[in-house]
Design a protein around this ligand. Structure first.
Ligand code: ADP
Length: 303
């Protein structure tokens, strides 16, 4: 797998306070890399460093296998971005806005139309931007970022402020980019649900520290199931379990087991009944991705 972005101990201090702390990001070619973290975690600051908009206090960045500082212009010419609100002229049409950028970037009419097509604005391209909905404005911002079909697209919270329909549209269009156009996407968000639906890789940041990085499968593998059993005589049940050599914990009136196979569950059930202990509940619990995220970040359930 080719690596598109690598950062090495990337750090940023503002007024002596560390806001991005020795972050080592790895984004592979063809990834939709979800950069997830609560507000204020350091996502935008990291992305701005990758775009050369702010200078790292420490650390290195390698993009397209090239040192960022030495190849800044080349790297940025192959990178598209939408960071904070898109900058467009409200009194011009969508197409006119694209034309301005077309001249600056020296790209063909075909690419302009194709970018408008991807974001599904072809039909509204001659409307004034001030008459666009928020979702359409955001899609225009993405079309502008896509105008020269960059190798890397960096999007900072692209669905902020959109309604569910707008969110779905942006999600669908982002999903299509790696396969159809060979574009690697790095997208930040504070919404786990968004990442869950589109990302192939995930980086979780909190208070400037990268707490997890890996594939979506690796993140999901953290949500192992556990079994809880409630009996009418837990004290006796515990004695039996200890003599049988089972590992368990107690949580209120439940006995909690990790990694119990189906046959072990059936065996325990028989054992308890054989000892005249009524089994009241046997339940499987699975941590949600949200639980994992909250455990990692130590945040309240407010996301
Ligand atoms: P996120 O994008 O994850 O919401 P940010 O990267 O925007 O977080 O911000 C991370 C922290 O850095 C926040 O505490 C923010 O207030 C602070 N910060 C960001 N930019 C500046 C700046 N230019 N000057 C001082 N502090 C800043």
């Amino acid at each position: 797998m080719n690596t598109i972005v690598s950062t090495y101990n990337l750090s940023k201090y503002f007024n002596g306070i560390c806001r991005v702390n020795e972050v080592n990001l790895t984004v592979y070619e063809g990834d939709i890399y979800g950069f997830l973290g609560p507000n204020g975690a350091g996502k935008s600051t990291t992305l701005k460093m990758l775009l050369g908009l702010i200078k790292p206090t420490k650390g290195n960045m390698v993009i397209f296998s090239k040192n960022f500082n030495k190849n800044r212009q080349l790297i940025l010419s192959q990178t598209g971005s939408l960071i904070e609100s898109p900058s467009y002229y409200e009194h011009l049409t969508g197409l006119e806005n694209m034309r301005i950028l077309q001249r600056l970037r020296n790209v063909s009419n075909k690419k302009v139309q194709e970018a408008l097509h991807i974001v599904r604005l072809e039909k509204q391209q001659n409307k004034l931007v001030k008459h666009y909905s928020l979702g359409m404005k955001q899609r225009l911002g993405i079309a502008m970022a896509l105008i020269n079909f960059p190798k890397l697209l960096i999007l900072d919270e692209p669905t902020n402020g959109l309604d569910p329909n707008g969110i779905r549209e942006i999600r669908e269009l982002i999903k299509s980019l790696p396969q159809r156009y060979g574009i690697t996407v790095l997208i930040s968000t504070h919404l786990l649900s968004e990442i869950e639906q589109i990302a192939t890789s995930v980086g979780i940041i909190n208070d400037g520290n990268l707490l997890f990085q890996g594939s979506m499968e690796q993140l999901k593998a953290k949500n192992k199931a556990y079994i809880s059993i409630k009996t009418q005589d837990n004290n006796l049940a515990k004695k039996i379990l200890l003599t049988e050599g089972y590992k368990f914990k107690q949580n209120n009136d439940r006995l909690i087991f990790e990694d119990l196979t189906d046959s072990h569950i059936a065996y325990l059930n028989k054992l308890f009944i054989g000892q005249s202990i009524d089994v009241i509940r046997i339940e499987e619990h699975r941590k949600s991705l949200e639980d994992i995220f909250l455990e990692l970040t130590g945040k309240e359930r407010s996301l």
